[in-house]
Design a protein around this ligand. Structure first.
Ligand code: PMP
Length: 306
């Protein structure tokens, strides 16, 4: 689906989509310092509901703090803006929300101290990020030739635009090689994350996902861990080596966009039976129950748009 809608929220106002433009000397365009979020709103039986709005907005402001951008809007103002934007757009299906805090035009040079801070929120209707087919059958993944950004030189807890150059090149390489997504290892050769997802394997009935040492603190990964624990499944946070990836019984990606996407093949090794694994399906179904408001226990994760 095209990233298009009726309205955009920009610097405190809801404006027409076509008017949400910026200057070519926008500081962030040149030097890469901007922070953003990716949040979904699901069409539940009680109307659209934003999933984990508070957590995403908190991470947005924390990302800004990490990269030294002073956002003029508070957590509650940004939450309200996202709600208002969804209302203004009169969407009829699931939505992806993209708030971004960036540095506008007016000063040039590496220093961003005097660059104006701008805030925008876009929203548009979306389907499955890695395809409907991918959600059912699983996708083919390549371990990237790119290591994930080093914690010595980048800050992966910030959802910062600059961190996505590494993701983007890894994704390009994977697609060119005929795969659907890349899995990046850390500097020591253990699994870090996908280009926009966290990673899980299932081994002997236990779910294993790496600690967030080399990855974003994923909200979907956190949801999946809580859901799995609610299903009395054992979850371990531990490093995963490349050979452990290849010999997993099941594997899947988690992310706001990717939701719970099964992996059926990694670097020509068939994972499990080469289809969506049993526990993966259990988790995936439970995840969709949560985001669509069908599980009361997790109702606090949803902000309904009235
Ligand atoms: N890692 C990266 C690099 C990402 O871009 C994302 C997507 N935001 C994730 C992990 C998953 O994070 P979340 O579940 O919070 O969307």
């Amino acid at each position: 689906m095209k990233a298009e809608a009726k309205k955009i929220w920009m610097d405190g106002k809801i404006i027409d989509f076509k008017d949400a433009t910026i200057h070519v000397l926008t500081h962030s365009l040149h030097y890469g310092n901007a922070v953003f979020e990716g949040t979904r709103a699901y069409k539940t039986d009680k109307g659209l509901a934003i999933y984990r709005l508070q957590d995403h907005t908190k991470r947005l402001l924390e990302s800004a703090k990490i990269t030294l951008i002073d956002c003029p809007y508070s957590q509650s103002e940004l939450e309200q803006a996202q709600i208002e934007l969804i209302k203004a757009n009169e969407f009829s299906t699931n939505v992806y929300l993209r708030p971004i805090i960036f540095l506008g035009d007016g000063t040039m040079g590496v220093s961003h101290k005097n660059a104006p801070v701008r805030t925008a929120i876009a929203a548009w209707e979306v389907g499955a990020y890695l395809g409907e087919e991918g959600l059912k059958k699983g996708i083919k993944v390549k371990i990237s030739s790119f290591a994930r950004n080093s914690v010595k030189s980048s800050m992966g807890k910030a959802k910062a635009s600059a961190n996505y150059l590494n993701s983007q090149l890894a994704k390009y390489e994977a697609l060119e090689a005929g795969y659907e997504e890349a899995l990046m290892l850390d500097e020591e050769g253990f699994v870090a994350e996908g280009t926009g997802e966290c990673f899980f394997i299932v081994k002997n009935g236990v779910l294993i996902t790496p600690p967030n040492d080399f990855s974003l603190k994923s909200i979907t990964q956190d949801s999946v861990i809580k859901i799995a624990e609610g299903l009395n499944l054992e979850v371990k946070r531990q490093r995963i080596s490349r050979d452990e990836v290849y010999t997993a019984d099941e594997a899947f990606f988690t992310g706001t966009a990717a939701e719970v996407t099964p992996i059926n093949n990694i670097d020509a090794r068939i994972i499990g039976r080469g289809q969506r694994g049993e526990l993966t399906k259990l988790i995936q179904d439970a995840y969709f129950d949560v985001v669509y408001g069908r599980n009361e226990k997790f109702s606090s994760f949803l902000t309904y748009i009235h």
